[in-house]
Write a protein that binds this ligand. Structure first.
Ligand code: MLT
Length: 406
């Protein structure tokens, strides 16, 4: 008899953003004449930077000529991209990461979701609340949690992010083996300075734990003092894996390219206490289950590191951050307390009411889609997240409409 992975039955009905998409479709079906402005899922709206398009086209042209055509590429990514990443994203910021510690992939969602496969099932895990739901859901699927009770899964150490701690969770009171961190945080937009990250690195070193650091939004950091990478912290290379993405940075949500850094010194242990390098485990997993990102897409991604590409990406980020500034200002003017939107494209708003109720209010009354904070965890209840990813015109219109309904 074929049997299912029963851990899936513990999951909440559907993935947050699929749930929202379903509510939008239902609304559209019932209100075919209403026009909707989407500030929910962080999906970019601006076109790819011209430098990426040029490189993309040139790479496609290479594919039509036999002597430049590419078949299977290296699963870990082409050297031209891995070298550029190591140089511009890390060494230029004083983080000593080499090209062969970088694994190019098709998304940080897949990588943050898949990485847990290389760890034992019975480890203890700390996950921030609120946070990007993929970390929790993929551990539920893998059977690392108990059942869902009173808004939380058993066997998870939740790291509460609240207005009181500035949405920067404290260290766990009990020892844990695996820690997920996300800075700039999705959904709150909170950022962690060097001291905060150093505290986590010290904790991981002391407890033989590992940090999974999701830095998908690092490009939105505007203060030079705030680290973009956990490897800017001494000692992090032994205890942290980092995830990056081109989705929000360079408009690649539909093009798909990201990468994960697994330093060669990063270790974990067998139940007998024998030390193992995670680089070789992840390499084994990656090359067994993944065939690499397509050559033209990697060429398009590499163009981001050229002079023109760098300027164009900067302009793209500035564009969205103008929206973030406007949303923040408008919501504050309307009497809401907000965080985020300064080093992040997300504005985290205390809606002073049930998250889904506020979501429904904005959808029904203003035709504006946001993300209910409760979808990111129990601590998100009462909040909504508004995304800055849309055109200036749409964001202005959305804010006008919201103002009229409040
Ligand atoms: C979000 O809106 O939180 C993100 O777009 C989701 C994702 O990157 O998968």
């Amino acid at each position: 008899m074929i049997r299912i992975n029963e851990h899936y039955l513990k999951l909440q009905a559907s993935y947050l953003f699929s749930d929202i998409a379903r509510r939008i479709s239902a609304f559209q079906k019932n209100n075919p004449d209403r026009d909707i402005i989407k500030l929910g899922i962080g999906d970019v709206t601006r076109a790819l930077p011209p430098a990426c398009i040029e490189a993309f086209h040139a790479a496609v042209d290479e594919m039509r000529v036999e002597n430049t055509f590419k078949g299977y590429g290296p699963e870990q990514g082409y050297a031209f991209l891995r070298e550029a990443i190591a140089e511009y994203d890390f060494r230029k910021r004083g983080a000593d990461i080499s090209a062969d510690e970088i694994f190019v992939s098709d998304g940080a969602k897949c990588d943050t979701g898949n990485i847990q496969e290389i760890f034992a099932t019975d480890i203890s895990i700390a996950i921030p609340d609120p946070v990007y739901p993929v970390y929790l859901d993929t551990n539920v699927m893998a059977g690392r949690t108990g059942v869902f009770k009173d808004g939380r899964y058993e066997n998870i150490v939740y790291l509460d992010g609240t207005a009181e701690n500035g949405f920067i969770p404290d260290l766990p009171a009990e020892p844990v083996d695996l820690i997920y961190l996300c800075f700039p945080n999705n959904p709150t937009g909170a950022v962690a300075g060097k001291e905060v990250l150093a505290k986590w690195v010290e904790y991981a070193r002391k407890n033989k734990a590992l940090i999974l650091f999701d830095a998908a939004y690092e490009a939105f950091i505007r203060d030079e003092e705030i680290p973009h990478s956990i490897y800017e912290i001494d000692g992090a290379k032994e205890v942290a894996i980092e995830f990056r993405s081109y989705s929000k940075t360079a408009g690649f949500t539909g093009t798909r390219c990201a990468y994960t850094v697994v330093p060669k010194t990063c270790t974990a242990y067998t139940s007998g206490g024998e030390r193992h390098f995670l680089h070789s485990l992840w390499n084994r997993r990656h090359s067994t289950k993944f065939n690499g990102v397509s050559y033209p897409v990697q060429k398009a991604a590499a163009a981001i590191y050229g002079e023109e590409g760098r300027d164009q990406v900067k302009a793209l980020i500035e564009y969205y951050m103008e929206n973030a500034g406007l949303i923040r200002k408008e919501m504050i003017d309307l009497g809401y307390s907000c965080v985020g939107g300064i080093h992040s494209p997300y504005i985290w708003i205390n809606g002073k009411t049930d998250s889904w109720e506020f979501f429904d209010h904005l959808l029904n009354e203003a035709g504006v889609v946001c993300t209910p904070g409760a979808g990111f965890g129990k601590c998100g209840e009462g909040y909504i997240r508004i995304s800055a990813f849309n055109s200036h015109e749409n964001v202005r219109m959305a804010m006008d409409r919201i103002r009229k309904t409040i």
